[in-house]
Ligand binder design. Structure first.
Ligand SMILES: [Zn+2]
Length: 320
């Protein structure tokens, strides 16, 4: 359901833009970048799946990164699909923008948002009655603490690198996030050849080389990740919002992954909503954006992630 995730992410940013523009001035470039980035970040959480588009982008490099994420987060639809997962990626993006813009305020805001998200995850876990669906995220009990320790270690390495190498480490994190988000988005059009794989690199380089204000990117990161989770929550699988404190999958079983409803009324409804929102920001030219989702090929049934189906009780969910 990659293209649906991207479309809903784009729609969320486009719909919020006219209201936000009343408070903070947004240039047309910023609105466009925000829509594209939110779309990309709304696909990115599925980097925890070994067959997702973004996992394949840079061959062994992204496959190894996906394997690391999968191990740290306990498999597909676990850590990256929780409030804690959104907190980690939000803090990374806000911290990266603090280094890029030279304004430490971004780091403070990122830390506050991350703490709020972690608190939300913890409170969600407290409401766990133990009767929900879901399976343990980690195959062996020690995997969880080991993953936590590895994450803390990686964070310490990056903090030390940021201290030693000034803001280069922060900018590298922001650039990596942008490349991954753009790769997630561009791959949805199934362009032949290497163009779709390589395109994110020059785009990210140009944005950062010409010092384009990237303040919409951290916001897009958080919005995109939350939109992805909301989307997965209306499928049979659900999302473990309170991970790692609770393994219970939350959500309502409304639409089948890659089913007729998702690719029919849901997809065309959101395309119309995106076009309407872009009309408000860009005038009649905004309507042309609606062509892009319609050009993204419909995913084949076999593309459906096994982990997106209803988990069976007592059996590992994330074996694929
Ligand atoms: Zn997902």
């Amino acid at each position: 359901m990659g293209r649906t995730h991207a479309l809903t992410g784009a729609t969320v940013f486009a719909a919020a833009a006219p209201a936000v523009a009343q408070i903070v001035h947004l240039t047309p470039l910023e609105i466009g970048l925000g829509v594209a980035a939110t779309a990309g970040f709304a696909v990115l959480p599925d980097i925890d799946h070994q067959n997702s588009g973004v996992t394949m982008t840079f061959g062994p490099a992204t496959r190894m990164f996906s394997a690391l994420v999968r191990w740290l987060s306990g498999g597909h639809r676990n850590g990256t699909h929780s409030f804690l997962g959104v907190a980690v990626v939000t803090f990374a993006a806000f911290g990266g923008n603090a280094a890029y813009s030279g304004d430490v305020m971004w780091l403070v805001v990122g830390a506050v948002l991350a703490m709020l998200l972690i608190a939300l995850g913890y409170v969600t876990a407290l409401t766990d009655t133990g009767e929900g669906r879901g399976a343990p995220a980690y195959k062996k009990p020690w995997h969880g603490p080991a993953a936590l320790a590895t994450t803390a270690g990686l964070a310490a390495v990056f903090t030390a690198a940021a201290k030693v190498y000034g803001d280069v480490a922060g900018k590298a994190v922001l650039a990596a996030l942008l490349v991954l988000a753009l790769a997630s988005l561009i791959r949805l059009w199934h362009i032949r050849g290497l163009l779709d794989d390589i395109a994110p690199l020059p785009i990210t380089w140009a944005l950062m080389h010409f010092h384009v204000d990237l303040r919409v990117v951290p916001v897009a990161t958080m919005l995109g990740a939350l939109t992805h989770i909301a989307g997965d929550m209306v499928t049979p699988g659900g999302c473990p919002l309170g991970w790692p404190w609770s393994q219970t999958m939350r959500g309502v079983d409304l639409i089948e992954v890659n089913g007729e409803a998702e690719n029919g009324p849901v997809y065309f409804g959101f395309t119309a909503a995106l076009a309407a929102a872009m009309l408000l920001s860009f005038g009649p030219w905004g309507l042309t954006v609606a062509v892009l989702p319609l050009l993204a090929p419909r995913p084949k049934r076999r593309d459906g992630n096994r982990g997106d189906r209803k988990p069976r009780r007592g059996r590992g969910r994330a074996r694929r």
